[in-house]
Structure formats: structure tokens, C-alpha cells
Ligand binder design. Structure first.
Ligand SMILES: [Fe+2]
Length: 142
């Protein structure tokens, strides 16, 4: 079973963002799979780098979308995004300095954060955008 399964309840009603969230879930699942095999070599570092790089790319696109639409919670989203990326990197550094348990903490944090952030915070920009214009005006980044 996948570690995080996509479900329509995660939809923020912005197709481009849903696609990016789906991709994030796939990358998180891949990282989880590698951790499960206890293969702590290059593959793990590559999977972590893929996650952190895509997280940053996604946050950039999401913040740009929020800015374009004048979403009032942009600043708090920015702070939350930054703290999340920092925490992921900190956990991975702890793991690299010899604390294997840090990987489980990373996975737990990643899962809970992604789910809560999408359901509680990201859905709000979707609702906000929907009140502002017709769906065809919604920017749909890759
Ligand atoms: Fe997001």
C-alpha cells in the first residue's frame, strides 16, 4: 500500500496545483519505499533530493498563483512552506549524521504536514480563487 494515497478530497479545484500535489505524493511514496528497504545509499539521497527540489518548485508556483490572485494568506503560507522545507532538510541532516530514527520522524512529519496543509490551508486558496473569477481564468501551471 502506498504511504500517501491521492484522494479527490485533496483537490483544491485548481488543476495545475492538484497535478503538482499528486506528483508530490508520488515522490513521497518513492522516498518511503526506499526507506522501507533500508537501502541507505545513494538511492535514498537521490530520492530525498528529488523530494526537496520538487517541494521548492511546487511552493514557488503555488506562491506565485496566490500572489497573482491576491490571496490574503500568502504570507502565512510562505512562512509555513519555508518552515516545512527547513524541517525536512534538518531531519535528513540528522539522519546523515547517524540518527537513523530521524528518517521515520521525517516520514511522519511529511505525511501529516502534506495532508493537513492541503486540507486546511491550500483548499482556502482554491475557494478564494473560485470566488474571484471563472474557472477558465485560473492559471494552471505545469
Ligand atoms: Fe501545496
Amino acid at each position: 500500500m502506498a504511504y500517501i494515497d491521492w484522494d479527490d478530497k485533496f483537490s483544491v479545484d485548481v488543476e495545475g496545483m492538484d497535478n503538482q500535489h499528486k506528483k508530490l505524493f508520488r515522490i513521497a511514496n518513492r522516498l518511503h519505499e526506499i526507506i522501507e528497504t533500508k537501502d541507505y545509499g545513494d538511492k535514498l539521497s537521490e530520492a530525498f533530493d528529488a523530494l526537496i527540489n520538487y517541494v521548492k518548485e511546487h511552493f514557488h508556483d503555488e506562491e506565485q498563483l496566490m500572489a497573482e490572485w491576491g490571496f490574503p494568506e500568502l504570507e502565512s503560507q510562505r512562512k509555513a512552506h519555508k518552515a516545512f522545507a527547513k524541517q525536512l532538510s534538518a531531519s535528513f541532516s540528522e539522519f546523515k549524521s547517524g540518527q537513523t530514527k530521524a528518517l521515520q520522524d521525517l516520514l511522519d512529519y511529511l505525511e501529516v504536514w502534506l495532508i493537513n496543509h492541503i486540507l486546511l490551508s491550500d483548499k482556502k486558496y482554491g475557494e478564494f480563487i473560485a470566488t474571484k473569477g471563472s474557472v477558465d481564468r485560473i492559471a494552471s501551471p505545469k
